[in-house]
Design a protein around this ligand. Sequence first.
Ligand code: FMN
Length: 183
Amino acid sequence: MHGIVIFGTNYGSTQKYARRVADRLGFECIDYHWADKDRLNKYDVIVYGGGLYAGRTVGLAKTLRKITDIDSKHIFIFTVGLADPLVEKNVQNIRESLKRQIPKNAYREDRIFHFRGGINYNSLNTKHKFMMATLNMILKRMPKEKQTDETKAMIDTYKGEVEFIDYNSIDPLCESVLGLNQE
Ligand SMILES: Cc1cc2nc3c(=O)[nH]c(=O)nc-3n(C[C@H](O)[C@H](O)[C@H](O)COP(=O)(O)O)c2cc1C
């Protein structure tokens, strides 16, 4: 099996997961900025991990556009966000948004995974601080019954620092990729 792990990150949580996944699978691991067409198309298994920002997955759409024959590849995707993936509604929201970002033939429910990252408000760049402030204002005005776990997580961590990285959560993804050998 010839595979690669590619990651899109702003503050490093996704990179940490990506390195773990790559170590486990014995795959090369690179930032999506380095994933040019020639390099990408050499592999038959592509694991893409991206941090979530306002529902979008960093670098994912851009990277998938470089794959010339998606149907001939095994594509696995993982997202890293603050929202707890044990809450079904959060997963549904992330997946709905993924469907809008990537081609139909790259979207396979059983090959998509969700991990939890972290945030340190003080390290955010100006654009992200502004986005968080706007989001926080909108969410705070939202009636409590309309707030989801995802929105609550954003409000609770506003201006703070949290870290939810859990390397055990990569097991199902790694098993699924390794399972290709048995197919
Ligand atoms: C501006 C902004 C928007 C975010 N939007 C989401 C979101 O839509 N869903 C989510 O679960 N987490 C969201 N997060 C949290 C990040 O996904 C989380 O910090 C993640 O660990 C970032 O990964 P990275 O460190 O690899 O960039 C957001 C964070 C920021 C700063």
